[in-house]
Design a binder for this molecule. Structure first.
Ligand SMILES: [Zn+2]
Length: 262
């Protein structure tokens, strides 16, 4: 109870003092569907700040707007569903194939506002749409992590775990691939996060230790930038280790309840 009271007074105080400095803002905009020319009103981003990088979704290495519902556009007529940044940029030579996929898709309800369609339902459609777009493993790894995140929020543990296991499989492959050029430090962090959310704290702590001793490498960055990134990352890793070892602050305990963006 005390905790809840503290939470509310902090929010009220924050609101009073800071106004909406810590709010992400959206505005409506009209889009034309590339499949059937249907006009749809979707939300576009107006403002946000670097505070999004400290929201709890960082424990799954996900950041707003991937964590937020308006990001996932769905056409009210043909049900084409994509990330907001892809909706009107799909490759023209794939549209026929996508149209075929959409022909078999039904949505659970008619809707006026696209946000009315449950986010996880939109993600299921997206998975089919993107299956013909030739996305790489890195893309799919993140997609499954996003799916895990949103099923987790919904309280659907089974589906969240299924998605997180797929993400983890892809991470394992990347870590075992010597030619893979993603920063290993980051891969260990993400792998640790999936293991933690799957209940494997031992495996998670092992990965975090590996992340801690792995040097951050990023091509083209200046030495001082690499140093800052390394330090910042190590702070995040140490914080994660502490939380996993704690009783009450384990990030997965807040899977369902933490609301990042509200
Ligand atoms: Zn459409």
């Amino acid at each position: 109870m005390k905790k809840i009271v503290r939470f509310f007074s902090a929010s009220v105080l924050g609101f009073a003092l800071l106004g909406n400095i810590f709010a992400t803002t959206w505005a409506p905009k009209e889009f034309t569907c590339p499949i059937d020319n249907q006009k749809n009103t979707f939300m576009v981003i107006m403002s946000y700040g670097s505070y999004i990088y400290s929201w709890p979704s960082k424990y799954q290495w996900l950041f707003w707007p991937q964590t937020d519902s308006p990001t996932y556009y769905i056409c009210k007529k043909c049900h084409l569903t994509t990330f907001m940044w892809d909706f009107d940029k799909l490759p023209k030579d794939k549209l026929t194939e996508i149209k075929k996929i959409l022909a078999d898709i039904k949505v659970s309800r008619e809707f006026k506002e696209y946000n009315e369609v449950p986010l996880t339902e939109r993600l299921e459609i997206m998975e089919k749409v993107y299956s013909v777009l030739g996305k790489d493993e890195e893309w799919w790894e993140q997609f499954y992590r996003i799916k895990g995140y949103h099923y987790g929020k919904q309280g659907n543990t089974d589906k969240a775990s299924d998605a997180r296991r797929k993400s983890l499989d892809l991470l394992r492959q990347k870590l075992a691939d010597e030619k893979d050029d993603s920063p290993k430090k980051l891969l260990f962090y993400v792998s640790a996060s999936m293991k933690h959310f799957l209940g494997d704290d031992k495996g998670s702590l092992e990965d975090l230790q590996k992340a801690l001793v792995t040097k951050y490498v990023s091509k083209g960055d200046k030495p001082e930038e690499v140093k800052a990134a390394e330090d910042g990352f190590n702070e995040r890793i140490k914080d994660y280790i502490e939380r996993i070892k704690s009783e009450k602050d384990k990030p997965r305990l807040f899977d369902k309840y933490s609301r990042d963006e509200h």
